[in-house]
Structures are given as C-alpha cells and as structure tokens.
Design a protein around this ligand. Structure first.
Ligand SMILES: [Zn+2]
Length: 222
C-alpha cells in the first residue's frame, strides 16, 4: 500500500472539508437540527436555493452512507414540495438538501389531484413538515401545451382541466399562466384540504407558491 499517497489523499479530503466548514460556518452548525417554525423551514429552503443558484451546494459533501443508515427506520422531512416532473427541476438539488429533508411529489404541471393531496396531507399530518411549496417553473411544457390547447395523444390531455383556470385569460403569456397556476394550486391545497387548512390556521404549516427559473437556478416566492 502506498502510504504517502494515502496520506496525501487524507490531507486533501481534510482540507476540502475544512474549506466547506469555513465557507459556510453557520450552515454547517445550524442545519443539523430541525427548523422550529414554518418560517425557519422556509428560510432554510431559500438559503439552500441561494447556494444552488451560485453553484455552491453543501449537501453533496454530507455523508450519504451515514444519512441512509440514520433514515432506515423513519423520516422527518421539514418541508414538502409539489413540483413539475420536468427533468430540469431536481427539487433536492434546487434547495441544496439531502436524504430525509424534503418530501417531494412531482407531476407534470404541478397540479393537485386526490393522490397528490393525499400524499401532501400525509407529509403534513404524519411526518410533520412545516412548510409546503407548490413550485412552477419557466418554460413548462405542460403549461405551454395547455395554453395552445393542441390535440395530444393518450391521456396527456387529462392535465388540461387542472391547468385551465390558470391559462384561461393568460393570453399567450406562459410566465403569467405558470405563476398563476402555482398560486391557484397552492390556494386549493390551503383552502380545500381538511387536513392542511387547520394546520395553516393554527400557524403550524406554511403553504407557499413559488416560481423556479431554469436558467438562473433561482426560486422566487409568489
Ligand atoms: Zn413543467
């Protein structure tokens, strides 16, 4: 075994870890514990997105083997996200979070249906997430298709009725339609779910709509 090579590799790894801790001393300490309030949970997600937007993610440096071991028996995510299925919206990366932190549901057009509502109700009532974000994104194919009302094969058109209220008077403006859709779906969740609505009223859960720009990597709350 090449001891010198092993020593150099160890020193390089230690230097990299130290650099991460020095660059983000606050994150390194505070992100260990679960956020105490819905606002803190939201702030943590937005801090993660700020890191992602400048290509300085820290979650990748965490020990995945250890995280897997710690989450075998249970999960305690602090946030839930409903996003589009689009390949350009990798939710954990976008918020710089790792295993066990975000409960994610994804469907084209980030729309609400019974199964999505049920999943998010489980996240809030059973797992105790403190913030729930409905996130649309720029250049969304589902919203674009619903705007153009093009005939589509198979069951793709089953998405249209869910997107109809958002595209109805948006003209050809895909940004307006996408933002409106995220807000409408978030409002639907907050008002109609018999599980989520009381949690929101009691201040135990925050539901937010957001817009993700696939070009800049930035998430904007709506
Ligand atoms: Zn999309």
């Amino acid at each position: 075994m090449d001891i010198e090579w092993s020593r150099r590799r160890f020193l390089a790894a230690a230097a990299a870890t130290t650099s991460i801790l020095l660059d983000h001393p606050m994150q390194a300490q505070t992100e260990e514990t679960s956020p105490a309030t819905p606002q803190e949970a939201l702030d943590r997600l937005m801090r993660g997105n700020a890191r992602f937007a400048v290509d300085q993610i820290t979650s990748i440096a965490q020990d995945l083997k250890l995280l897997k071991e710690h989450t075998v028996e249970k999960q305690e995510p602090f946030a839930a996200v409903l996003s589009c299925a689009d390949s350009r919206v990798p939710v954990e990366l976008v918020f710089d979070q790792t295993i066990g932190h975000i409960f994610v549901t994804r469907v084209a057009g980030n729309i609400i249906n019974s199964e999505i509502i049920g999943s998010l109700e489980y996240a809030a009532a059973v797992l105790g997430v403190k913030v729930l974000i409905v996130m649309g994104h720029s250049n969304c194919g589902a919203v674009s298709a619903a705007l153009s009302k093009k005939p589509v094969p198979g069951q793709i058109a089953s998405l249209y009725p869910h997107l109809e209220p958002a595209v109805a008077d948006a003209g050809n403006d895909i940004v307006v339609a996408t933002r409106r859709n995220a807000k409408l779906q978030a409002n639907l969740l907050a008002k109609t779910s018999t599980v989520l609505a009381p949690l929101v009223r009691e201040g135990r859960l925050k539901i937010e709509a957001a817009y993700y720009d696939v070009g800049t990597g930035k998430v904007t709350l709506l």
